[in-house]
Structure formats: C-alpha cells, structure tokens
Design a protein around this ligand. Structure first.
Ligand SMILES: [Zn+2]
Length: 302
C-alpha cells in the first residue's frame, strides 16, 4: 500500500510537529531572504522576485503585451518575474540554492521557469533562441530544463522538490515545462493548488490525477491553509481543506503539503482538524484514509 507523506510550507523558520517535511520559504516571491534553518527543507522562488525587480527593473521579463510586472493585466502574474536567461539572476539564485543545500536537509524550488506564454522576448532571449536552431517552444523548454540541470548540480545528492504551476495541458507552451526532461533532475514534483476556498473538490482532484498520470517522479500537491496577510475569515474552513485533501489522496499522489504563514496557523489548523469529528466521520469511505490517519495522529499533539 502506498503511504502518503505530509508536509508544511511556511514563511517563518519555525517547524511544526506531526508532519514528514517542514519547508521554510527562505526566499518567497516577495524577494526577501531569510537565514537557513538546518531543521527545515528550504524553498527558493527563483525568477519571481519583487524585491530584485524593484531594484533592477531593467531585468524584468518582457512580452509583446508588456513586461512581467504584477501590474500587467494581460497576464495573471502574482509577482514580478525576471528574465530567466539573465546570468546575474541565475547565479544569484544558484548560489543561494547551493548554500541552503549544504546547510539544510533538502531544496524546493519555485518560479524556475518562464513567466507565461509570450515571455521572454528580450534581445538576449531572442538571440539565444536564434542561435539554438530550435523552434520557440522547444528553445523555451530546453532553457527551463537546463536551468534545472544547473540547480541539480548545486543541490548535489540532497532531495530536490520542483514546483510546477497547475496547468497539466499547456505547461510546456506557457511555462516551458518538458515534464519527462524535468523528471531526470527532480526527485519530487509539487503542484501548488492554492485557493482561499475549496467548495468544489472535483476540480482539484482532477488536477491531482492528471499530474500523477503525467509525471515520472513522485507528486505532491500543496493546499492553502492561511498565507501571509490572511485571517481565518478570508481562507477556506478546515472542513473544506480536509475534504479536498481526502479527495486528492485517493488519486494516487504521493504527498500533501499545507501552506501557512507560520507554525502557529498550522497548529491551529491541526487542532481544529482533530476536533472536527463529524467531518472525519463523513470522509470515511472516500478512499483517502491516509489523511484521516494523519489527523488522528495529531491528537497526541494537544
Ligand atoms: Zn529574456
């Protein structure tokens, strides 16, 4: 029987109990950089970097519909995205990855790809594409894979988790994902499934099943508990998160991660989950019992 792994994805370097993996977002897309915690895996957002984009706006990725700033309404950009062929940005991220790989149990990377379809048509990218002799889609995919290869070299033998934005159909055209090529360098894939509400688990379950069928390394999904700037009123109730996790668990995925700003919010989520006896009883029989066993294991924490 497959045993699911569980983790948390936190913006503060304090781990929680009751999960297999604690990830610390040492450099989220805001671009702020913390200190590595040897007890936590390290997550690094590479080319999504608001702080660096503010400091060096000329490094932004560009398209014919404008640059990859959050203010560009032609795209759904959650953060500012720098050009991924910029040698200074690459080296900056690779050095941080190497340092964290030495000091912490493993690495997770996000935003290690193109901003979206249409990016990047800066003079450097166009020149590199021309010299490659490849078509545009293949050049972009090769560029993303080559960056992951460099990341792999810096990470060495430590576990490497690679986050992929949740579009299983057009991931190559939009972000440059060649799933099979990436699987040569990744140990695990993580699919962020962030939402402030999960009233319809059907869609998330479908996405989990789709990615599990396509990806040739273990697949984790990541659900949103309470991110920075939220209150318990602005995020999904625990019942919805337990339900969507249980439904995703039955698709054959290998792990589930929960995002929160800090350990306190995860502990509160764990406590409410343990107390949700009626919800847990209702979720029996769905085929996602490992989530229910996880919640039962949290009883000893309180
Ligand atoms: Zn570029």
């Amino acid at each position: 029987m497959v045993t699911l792994k569980f983790g948390v994805f936190l913006y503060k370097p304090e781990p929680v109990e009751g999960v297999d993996y604690n990830f610390y977002r040492i450099k989220p897309e805001s671009g702020t950089v913390g200190e590595p915690n040897p007890k936590m895996y390290t997550n690094i957002a590479c080319f999504g970097d608001n702080a660096l984009a503010a400091k060096r706006p000329e490094w932004i990725s560009v398209s014919k519909d404008g640059p990859a700033f959050r203010t560009n309404k032609r795209y759904n950009l959650r953060w500012d995205v720098l050009c991924m062929t910029n040698p200074e940005v690459r080296e900056y991220n690779l050095n941080l990855i190497e340092k964290c790989a030495k000091e912490t149990p493993g690495i997770s990377i996000s935003s290690q790809h193109f901003a979206d379809h249409g990016f990047c048509v800066c003079p450097r990218c166009v020149e590199q594409w021309r010299q490659s002799g490849l078509n545009w889609t293949e050049w972009r995919a090769t560029t993303v894979t080559e960056f992951l290869k460099e990341v792999r070299q810096r990470v060495g033998s430590k576990p490497l988790f690679v986050n992929l934005l949740p579009d299983p159909v057009l991931g190559k055209e939009r972000f440059g994902y060649d799933y099979d090529a990436l699987a040569e360098y990744a140990d695990y894939f993580v699919i962020p499934m962030f939402s402030k509400a999960y009233p319809t688990p059907w869609y998330w379950e479908m996405l989990a099943r789709a990615f599990k069928s396509k990806l040739k390394k273990p697949v984790f999904v990541n659900f949103y508990v309470r991110g920075p700037g939220e209150t318990w009123e602005t995020v999904a109730p625990t019942k919805q998160i337990l339900t969507v996790a249980t439904r995703a668990a039955r698709t054959g995925i290998d792990g589930i991660i929960f995002l929160a700003e800090k350990a306190d919010w995860i502990r509160e989520f764990q406590k409410v989950a343990v107390q949700s006896k009626d919800v847990l009883a209702e979720l029996e029989g769905y085929g996602g019992d490992e989530v229910l066993r996880l919640v039962h294991s949290w009883e000893s924490l309180f």
